[in-house]
Design a protein around this ligand. Sequence first.
Ligand code: DMJ
Length: 456
Amino acid sequence: VSLQMMKHAWDNYKRYAWGLNELKPLSKQGHSSNLFGNIQGATIVDALDTLYIMEMKEEFKEAKEWVEKNLYFNVNAEISVFEVNIRFVGGLLSAYYLSGEEVFRKKAVELGEKLLPAFNTPTGIPWALLNIKSGIGRNWPWASGGSSILAEFGTLHLEFVHLSHLSGNPVFAEKVMNIRKVLNRLDKPEGLYPNYLNPSSGQWGQHHVSIGGLGDSFYEYLLKAWLMSDKTDEDGKKMYYDAVQAIETHLIRKSSGGLTYIAEWKGGLLEHKMGHLTCFAGGMFALGADGAPSDKTGHHIELGAEIARTCHESYDRTRMKLGPEAFRFDGGVEAIATRQNEKYYILRPEVIETYMYMWRLTHDPKYREWGWEAVEALEKHCRVDGGYSGLRDVYDNRESHDDVQQSFFLSETLKYLYLLFSEDDLLPFEHWVFNTEAHPLPVLRKDDGNKEENQK
Ligand code: DMJ
């Protein structure tokens, strides 16, 4: 089924928005997000590996040809370093490792080089935004006193380690190792990592902590850096398990109805709200269970299962059976959005991602059942003639479509669905880690001698 969904999403993108970043499935035209500046083809690059894995050979071939002929980075454009890294660098790296086609390696390294000026700050903590022609960087104007964002500069590690591996140039890995160093030198309030860090002073901005937006994939990449290093990156490992310990103590709570959730922390005060983005953490806890210190393996799997259950409830308690952007545990509600501007669903993957990890790690059939519920809801409410669209209000009885087919729907949501219903030996976890945009990267073996082995 996810294969047919992919075909519908891809065919319509191709028909109406080919070469542009994303598809507007109701207007049937292209959509350009400013996150990618005027780099084009986000959907193509994000979808390459999904096409490959689903064995959509013709489509993969036409996507590859587009990359060869049309993907250029010599453009005068200000881009988000994080978004371009996770979608474009990540997408190209996976396409290279899966297919072995040199063009993807070449373009990934070329783009990586374009991102390097972002690190020209007094601390080496990169800027959020970068003009890839002039090399001038800056931060989001809204971010606490000129700060860089934890989930942005903390989500470069996996891709940059692979860029060094594939180019023979150590500079990429050095840049991300330096980020670690800066973080390790700093005092952390209650052992927690604030979302904001000033790249000039090297000091934290506001003490806001989140496992959802602005924080999320920083934690994910600590764990995955350790896994991707064939469990040699002890520093990443320690930082991850220490962070989880602090998160459990200060952020994880249980509602009176028995639902475990991860709250947001603002200078010591809890906001009892959980984002859809935060739901990825169920899968992360379960994936990290194996390496957990002092007999905590079962506990981390259990934590993953409880987060999965809570996020499933956030879906089940809506009319459309798709979850809201954020849901609350206060004012008499549990796992329900109470503010109008938190009721939307934009085809995000995190809940399905967690089902996929929980399924692979426990084989409890309920995760496939829950995944199937999501498929039915997507087909019923998000599928339109011209592709798939997000929804403005998942509690409404009539669909109000947002008219965007996000590129992560093809790279993540559909890939995780496909994997949820596949055998475990398709991209097995012993050999692959998924970047935060669901692009698989091979584990780099300790001995490193055998490239073949790395690519299994
Ligand atoms: C994706 O780009 C990535 O999953 C990122 O980590 C978070 N936001 C979107 C999907 O929701």
